[in-house]
Write a protein that binds this ligand. Structure first.
Ligand code: NDP
Length: 330
């Protein structure tokens, strides 16, 4: 028997969560590796999956949410993994379409796992989680499109959130001058400690685009917010610079013009963490282990347990979680 935060639906289609004892027979079929989960985390998408309607992501109840987990292989029908191996899972719609990490056991496809990156513990891997992994993918995409330290300030939107905090710490460690946009002025010291050189109040950037081009300000941008903020930022990018579009915490619409693309050669780079091919996952995790200072990661983390998750899920959707959450499922 093991513990899980089980989501069940009532007759009105409203889901609620309760810590429940399950047996291995309750785990959905189709997986080939059973993992003793040690840690999980809370990403924005977890907030959606935990919400009363499952955020449009959860297809079937009862359901175990948790889009990320790290732990130890207990049993494996796949040659790539054997009992005792430490593994990490992010993406592949685990926690949405498949049962996820908010349980002491998970059974998943071997294809979805990566070996725990060298130099990281399972706890640190979950402090990174999908949010941090995606921040790394965004930085890699900006570099692949020519960004290098010394080109100018790099903007991070939603800076005090999960993606934003990790992006800030990685970029600062790589020698970039980071400007962090936040709607929470009280996080300014936290962001400076992560390495932000400048704090940009959210109000300066969340107004509708009035002029398609503003002064050329940013050499790159990791954008976790989308919406009007992304539209504004596009018009403020330097000639030939790139924005990595990661998130939609501020909205999915993009009320922009194409002018920054046409007159300034600005690039809008889409970042997806869910379906990333295996080789690129390994590359990104290696970069995380190398480029994210572990003491900075530590300073972002708040610990949690399974029983804290319903509240944390609501908090993250309200933009109230600072940095990253590590959930000890045991
Ligand atoms: P968080 O909630 O931790 O961070 C989002 C941050 O955005 C908040 O902390 C807040 O930062 C800011 N924010 C929130 N609401 C608004 C608003 N209305 N207007 C402007 N800023 C706002 O979430 P995550 O870091 O986990 O995820 C961030 C986004 O990235 C989400 O949309 C998520 O779905 C997406 N994502 C996408 C992935 C992909 O594969 N493409 C993978 C991971 C995440 P502050 O208080 O500093 O202003």
């Amino acid at each position: 028997m093991f513990k899980a935060l089980l989501l069940t639906q009532n007759d009105d289609g409203v889901a609620s969560a309760a810590i429940t004892e399950l047996s291995e027979d309750d785990l959905p079929s189709g997986g080939d590796v059973t993992v003793a989960v040690e840690y999980s985390t809370v990403n924005y998408k977890d907030g959606l999956c935990l919400s009363p309607k499952g955020g449009g992501l959860v297809r079937h109840y009862p359901h175990v949410a948790g889009i990320d987990f790290a732990g130890t292989v207990e049993a494996s029908d796949d040659d790539r993994y054997k009992p005792g191996d430490k593994v990490v899972l992010t993406g592949w719609r685990v926690g949405e379409a498949h049962w996820g990490g908010y349980a002491q056991k998970a059974r998943v496809k071997a294809d979805w796992l990566v070996p725990l990156p060298e130099g990281l513990t399972t706890k640190q891997a979950m402090a990174v989680g999908t949010a941090g992994f995606t921040a790394m993918l965004a930085v890699m995409a900006l570099e692949d499109h020519g960004l290098a330290p010394g080109h100018g300030e790099v903007l991070v939107t939603g800076a005090a959130g999960g993606v934003g905090s990790v992006a800030t710490a990685i970029l600062a460690n790589l020698g970039y001058s980071v400007a962090g946009v936040t709607g929470r002025p009280e996080t300014a010291d936290y962001l400076r400690d992560l390495g932000a050189a400048r704090i940009v109040p959210r109000v300066e950037l969340n107004e509708t685009v009035k002029r398609p081009l503003e002064s050329e300000t940013w050499a790159g941008c990791v954008d976790a917010v989308g919406g009007e903020m992304l539209a504004r930022v596009l018009g403020q990018m330097k000639y030939g610079a790139s924005v990595a579009a990661v998130g939609l915490a501020g909205g999915a619409a993009l009320p922009a013009t194409v002018v920054p693309f046409l007159l300034r050669g600005v690039n809008l780079l889409g970042i997806d963490s869910v379906m990333q091919p295996y080789e690129n996952r390994l590359r990104a995790w290696e970069r995380v282990a190398r480029d994210l200072p572990m003491e900075k990661l530590e300073s972002m983390v708040q610990p949690a347990t399974l029983s804290d998750l319903p509240k944390l899920g609501a908090d993250i959707l309200n933009g109230q979680v600072k940095g990253r959450v590590v959930v000890d499922v045991n």
